[in-house]
Design a protein around this ligand. Structure first.
Ligand SMILES: CC(=O)SCCNC(=O)CCNC(=O)[C@H](O)C(C)(C)COP(=O)(O)OP(=O)(O)OC[C@H]1O[C@@H](n2cnc3c(N)ncnc32)[C@H](O)[C@@H]1OP(=O)(O)O
Length: 508
């Protein structure tokens, strides 16, 4: 082993996070977990030099997320010239608040002394039950504003979670004059205290930050020279938060011990619902969603939209004759009905188009509908160059019956709708290709999207079945009355998967 390797530790393994709570005999650990990546903190190699048996423990009080840092090792490298051990504490000071560096005893005293009536910051938005592995747990979503000192304190304590769990994630700006434009949602598990069964314990499970942009709509014909009155607010005490806005989900994290239980989906749906009911919000968008988030959101949005009669009424206009040459028709879907539904759903244009395409694809006749089997495998014969029915998309079943001309026409229309959007979305990239290469690239993109939609629709079916099985086992959600989508959504709420084919760039 090279000498410097013996002194190097993998920072993803050396840094351990945990949630702790008071117990009858001191402090107990509720859960331990590791970062997804640490390169934003310790550098691209994700290595820490200069220690043997290094352990960096970042313990959080599970209620108020007060952190404490402890760094232990059996040996530290003695500096030789400019080569010295990494200054771990110095590096982490950039990401953690001062309180994390206080003495262990102070932390433990603080954990034990949290008020009996402590509750998460902000106001309670909703409480719901979630089922996993035959157990039912209660969760609460709390909503607050970053300008509230209690909300701000928790945010400052957990800012390190963004760079270690979100690719390219960073802390949100705090105390920079914009605090009131940030809304924070906290997800907490609520359970009976083991130390004292008459009390309730809260355990932090995740959070999301949401930013409010002013929604600027250029006037149709602005005055050539604005008068002074045009520039003055009529009422200087006018509340800016009353202006129309675009609401953007910025950070969204479910802590690892709580992942894969459907909580992300539920939390997202609750936040979404909150802004559907927020009159000032014109559109709900997401900042740089990753693939896992995209999947979760696609399926949650689809479940939500399928409950809207206006969405269900949107359909392919099969009476259209597809021209042999020239641009694709503009009215494959009724444009006015489409836009009215999109605006009502407050979903950004590209996301709405994708979810609608997915739904329309699920409505195609069996003979032409692209699909994959439960293992996500494309048909073998097809993969080897065989032709299945008339779909030729790489995901269809070779055993499908021959489509009727009407069915083939419907599928062609659906593909045209998709192609048109992909063409506009990828116009610049396509423009850089030779003209003759463009149709092939576009067809490849269509096949990839078909595969992706098939995968998501299959996942939706699996989640429905799982929820139905749970309901049949008598574990259906009992948290009635708070929010319809949560109660009904158990059947339709769903989760994420690793994307196999993402052909389009993120737009938001
Ligand atoms: C805007 C942004 O911040 S983008 C960045 C998003 N955040 C991150 O990537 C941070 C790290 N990751 C996370 O925080 C989480 O993993 C998230 C937010 C991506 C997803 O949250 P989760 O709570 O794990 O989502 P959820 O449980 O709803 O779905 C995940 C999986 O659980 C499965 N699942 C869904 N419901 C249930 C259920 N009731 N029981 C068991 N499993 C379920 C889903 O099928 C999915 O499985 P898959 O991975 O095989 O597709």
């Amino acid at each position: 082993m090279p000498a410097d390797e013996a002194w190097s530790a993998n920072s993803n393994e050396a840094l351990q996070l945990s949630l702790v709570a008071p117990s009858n005999d001191g402090i107990k650990t509720l859960a331990k977990f590791y970062p997804k990546f640490t390169y934003p903190i310790f550098g691209n190699a994700e290595e820490i030099f200069g220690y043997k048996n290094l352990q960096i423990n970042l313990r959080y009080n599970a209620t108020d997320m007060r952190p404490t840092l402890s760094i232990t090792y059996s040996k530290k490298f003695t500096a030789v010239g400019e080569t010295e051990a990494t200054d771990i504490e110095g590096i982490l000071r950039e990401y953690l608040p001062e309180v994390a560096f206080q003495k262990k005893n102070d932390f433990e005293a603080a954990v034990k002394n949290v008020r009996d009536d402590w509750s998460p910051p902000g106001e309670l938005l909703v409480s719901f039950n979630a089922h996993s592995k035959n157990t039912t747990s209660t969760y609460e979503v709390w909503k607050g504003n970053l300008a509230d000192p209690a909300v701000k304190q928790v945010i400052k304590r957990i800012q390190i979670l963004a760079p270690i769990y979100i690719e390219g994630g960073s802390a949100i700006p705090v105390d920079e004059g914009e605090d009131d434009r940030w809304t924070v949602f906290f997800l907490y598990q609520k359970k009976t205290s083991t130390a004292d069964p008459t009390k309730t314990d809260y355990v932090f499970a995740g959070y999301s930050t949401v930013y409010r942009f002013f929604y600027f709509k250029a006037p149709i014909s602005p005055p050539a020279t604005p008068s002074v009155e045009d520039l003055d607010l009529e009422n200087p005490k006018f509340d800016l938060s009353e202006l129309p806005c675009r609401t953007r989900i910025s950070q969204f994290i479910i802590l690892p011990p709580f992942q894969g239980k459907g909580l992300g989906t539920k939390f997202y749906s609750l936040i979404f619902e909150e802004y559907i009911n927020h009159p000032q919000t014109v559109e709900i968008t997401v900042e740089d969603p990753n693939e896992a988030f995209d999947d979760m959101r696609d399926l949650a949005d689809l479940a939500y939209l399928r409950k809207m009669p206006e969405f269900r009424a949107l359909h392919l206009n099969t009476s259209i004759v597809i021209p042999k040459t020239g641009p694709a028709p503009n009215d494959i879907i009724d444009k006015d009905a489409y836009e009215a539904c999109r605006r009502k759903a407050k979903i950004a244009p590209r996301q709405f188009a994708r979810v609608l395409e997915m739904d329309l694809m699920s409505r195609l006749p069996d003979s032409v509908r692209p699909d994959i089997d439960a293992e996500g495998e494309e048909d073998e014969e097809e993969a080897e160059g065989g032709q299945a029915a008339s779909t030729s998309n790489g995901v269809s079943d070779a055993t499908k019956r021959e489509p009727t001309p009407e069915e083939a026409h419907e599928y062609k229309l659906w593909k045209l709708l998709l192609k048109k959007r992909l063409f506009l979305h990828n116009k610049d990239a396509l423009g850089q290709l030779e003209k003759k290469e463009r149709p092939q690239k576009l067809n490849e993109a269509v096949a990839n999207v078909e595969f992706d939609y098939s995968r998501l629709l299959l996942k939706l079916e699996e989640l429905k079945k799982r929820a139905e099985a749970e309901a049949a086992n008598g574990l259906s959600d009992k948290a009635k009355g708070k929010r319809k989508a949560v109660d009904e959504g158990d059947v339709e709420e769903m989760g994420s998967a690793t994307k196999k084919a993402r052909v389009e760039d993120a737009e938001e």
